[in-house]
Design a protein around this ligand. Structure first.
Ligand SMILES: Cc1cc2nc3c(=O)[nH]c(=O)nc-3n(C[C@H](O)[C@H](O)[C@H](O)COP(=O)(O)OP(=O)(O)OC[C@H]3O[C@@H](n4cnc5c(N)ncnc54)[C@H](O)[C@@H]3O)c2cc1C
Length: 433
């Protein structure tokens, strides 16, 4: 039997469901652009939930306290960097709109301030970031006030150790202690953050956990827990546990897979269709082609083939982990259109000799080139197609890991790309198009 092809028409097709793809959908909705988003799962399920803008520049080990001033420095030192190609006011607007949307959609986030926050990593080291989930904010204050605190971890939970967090922070946080307890009804074997988070959506599980936390808290005024406080209502789960224990509570990110990232993905998947966006989650675009009338995307899901026809396309497919770029013996390629990838000349130049070299590795700056309108360049150095735009960490000339700028690059470039897409659609909305 021949499978029926489902077909969608849109003004914009966004390929990718990482932070860049989701941010682009938010900005497109805000501008009234008829949008379809397609994305396989990717790096968002690994992220801590922190939204970094800029924490370090180049090979410097110095931490940036004011990322906005840091951006001015970056623009002088690294004019090719994607963040150097966007006015700072636009980067602010992108962060404001992104965090406003998250707050309205039910996941509390701190607003971007004029300075970086000092946040805890899963192992108890510190990192600069701009915005944090509301569930993690009290930990940042407790660290700065040195509030007596206990880090509680769970028997059977791998990748998060209260002892390790305390060992790394004890010198700066004298009243910090730790204790290991069982998670309610998961007393045997390994326990998993995602399963614990979903279990805590149930009030009865929260009551049981609250009892265990209260007994374990000793002299602490605040409890730090791995990020497992619910999947869909983390702020409610945290508030309820605070009420039941009578103590302040905060979350610390865990090693991947990470609940705060999965929360974002599941929230977007619930909210976007209600906002009028066509969302095809957990799928990969197999082919993308262009003709005079627009772009055609082809993919398949469990119900059969799908085609999407769009006036414009945003490529936000990430790097190696998410499948936007691929590394081969002969070099690095872009996976969907075989766009040229800026990269070191030889494979032997990909890495420095030392993994921890503060200059970073050349491989991490590989990516595609775009023009001033964020249109990817083809082999001839000209835009590959007037309808194709790109955003996120697939872009060349940035090392988001070292610069602590993952979400910043994703949000800011999505903001700028959607602005230029909006202009393109407005200019070409005549009957001919
Ligand atoms: C372990 C880890 C920790 C991190 N911690 C932080 C942090 O603390 N702070 C921070 O700011 N950032 C952090 N990040 C970075 C952040 O999660 C994002 O990687 C970054 O913001 C870039 O987003 P992106 O959307 O450009 O790319 P990605 O997040 O990589 O998303 C690309 C998307 O494209 C999809 N895709 C690829 N090919 C196709 C195709 N053919 N069809 C459809 N979809 C496709 C992928 O499945 C994926 O959904 C972390 C990342 C990792 C891996």
């Amino acid at each position: 039997m021949k499978e029926e092809v489902r077909h969608f028409e849109s003004e914009l097709a966004i390929i990718g469901s990482g932070i860049a793809g989701f941010a682009a959908s938010i900005f497109a909705l805000k501008r009234g652009i008829k949008t379809a988003q397609i994305g396989n799962t990717g790096a968002v399920a690994y992220t801590t939930g922190y939204l970094d803008l800029l924490g370090k520049i180049g090979g410097s080990t110095e931490i940036i306290t004011d990322p906005w001033k840091g951006l001015e420095q970056l623009q002088k030192n690294q004019p090719d960097h994607p963040l150097s190609r966007i006015p700072i006011d636009d980067i602010r607007a992108g962060f404001d709109q992104f965090t406003d949307f998250l707050n309205q959609a039910g996941i509390g986030y701190s607003a971007p301030l004029d300075h970086n926050l000092t946040a805890l990593t899963p192992v108890g080291t510190l990192k600069p970031t701009l915005c944090v989930p509301a569930t993690m904010e009290p930990g940042i204050r407790a660290l700065s006030d040195k509030t007596p605190c206990i880090i509680i971890d769970f028997k059977g939970l791998k990748g998060f150790s209260g002892r390790q967090v305390v060992a790394n922070l004890k010198e700066n946080w004298p009243g910090l202690t730790t204790k290991r307890i069982h998670f309610p009804e998961m007393e045997k074997g390994e326990v998993y953050p995602e399963v614990m988070a979903r279990a805590l959506e149930v009030p009865a599980t929260r009551e049981k956990l609250a009892k265990l936390l209260k007994n374990g808290a000793e002299d602490a005024l605040i409890i730090g827990l791995p990020a497992v406080l619910g999947m869909h209502n983390p702020d409610l789960v945290r508030a309820d546990l605070e009420k039941l224990t009578g103590l302040k509570i905060f979350e610390i990110p865990t090693m991947p897979p990470s609940v705060p990232g999965i929360r974002l993905r599941e929230m977007f998947e619930q909210v976007f269709p209600h906002e009028g966006l066509t969302l095809i989650p957990q799928q990969k675009v197999e082919t993308l082609s262009f003709d005079d009338k627009g772009a055609t995307l082809y993919l398949k899901d469990n119900y059969g083939p799908i085609t999407i026809h769009a006036k414009s396309v945003l490529l936000a497919t990430g790097r190696f982990l998410s499948g936007g770029l691929e590394a081969h013996i002969t070099g690095i390629t872009e996976t969907l259109l075989d766009l040229p990838v800026t990269q070191p000349k030889n494979r032997t130049d990909w890495y420095q000799d030392k993994y921890t070299d503060s200059r970073g590795h050349a491989l991490h700056k590989a990516g595609i080139e775009v023009d001033e309108l964020f249109r990817p360049l083809g082999q001839n150095g000209k835009p590959y197609n007037k309808r194709l735009f790109a955003a996120g960490i697939i872009l060349a000339h940035q090392d988001w890991i070292r610069a602590r700028s993952g979400a910043g690059i994703a949000i800011a470039t999505a903001y700028k790309a959607v602005e230029t897409i909006h202009n393109y659609i407005s200019e070409h909305s005549s009957a001919k198009e």
